[in-house]
Design a protein around this ligand. Structure first.
Ligand SMILES: CC(C)(COP(=O)(O)OP(=O)(O)OC[C@H]1O[C@@H](n2cnc3c(N)ncnc32)[C@H](O)[C@@H]1OP(=O)(O)O)[C@@H](O)C(=O)NCCC(=O)NCCS
Length: 167
């Protein structure tokens, strides 16, 4: 069941040099088969395709028991995604976080993360953990996550780091 759709107006002055960008963003949970199709496609495009991973590799065995979250623009196109997994009654794990390349740096990743934390608290969790790709470490630090340890190397290439935040 969806927490609620949350609507935001982003005023991104700091991007595109002096061009002033206003973007309406809604954070919600996919409901229809069409929304899920677009959601998994974006996950594949951002997190699997650039490393030549096959279609289907964007899913794991926990999809049915997880909470799926997406960011939509003013045309209702999906521009960001993440997934919340329950590790225990008090711990959630954020996975598969990605924002479409041409809309990165506008605050959309932070909106997705904020929604996941609200949802996690709503479910009774007091800690959220994640495995950060090296390129995303600073993003998660800015959002209040603490680095715990260097963890694993994905596809012999992408170093991951375990991070956590009390929520
Ligand atoms: C990592 C990612 C999800 C961040 O989403 P985003 O929408 O670009 O990030 P936001 O605009 O919400 O950034 C929030 C804050 O983090 C900062 N930030 C984001 N990415 C950063 C980076 N790579 N280095 C330093 N700071 C960064 C922003 O400047 C912003 O700071 P501010 O609040 O002071 O302005 C996105 O860049 C992405 O999809 N990357 C490719 C896929 C990926 O690596 N996913 C993570 C898998 S673990």
């Amino acid at each position: 069941m969806s927490l609620f759709p949350i609507k935001y107006l982003l005023n991104a002055e700091h991007v595109l040099n002096s061009n002033y960008l206003k973007t309406h963003i809604t954070i919600k949970e996919p409901q229809t088969p069409k929304e899920f199709e677009a959601y998994y496609l974006l996950r594949y495009e951002i997190l699997r395709k650039p490393w030549n991973q096959p279609p289907g590799s964007e899913k794991d065995a926990y999809e049915d028991s997880s909470i799926h979250i997406m960011a939509c623009d003013q045309n209702d196109s999906i521009i960001g995604i993440c997934r919340l997994q329950l590790n225990s009654p008090t711990e959630t794990q954020l996975r598969f976080m990605g924002v479409k390349e041409d809309t990165q740096g506008l605050g959309i990743g932070k909106l997705l993360l904020d929604y996941s934390e609200k949802k996690a608290k709503h479910l009774g969790a007091n800690k959220q953990v994640l495995q950060a790709r090296e390129n995303a470490l600073e993003f998660y630090k800015k959002c209040g996550y603490t680095l715990i340890e260097k963890s694993f190397l994905l596809w012999d290439e992408i170093q991951h780091y375990l991070m956590e935040k009390k929520i």
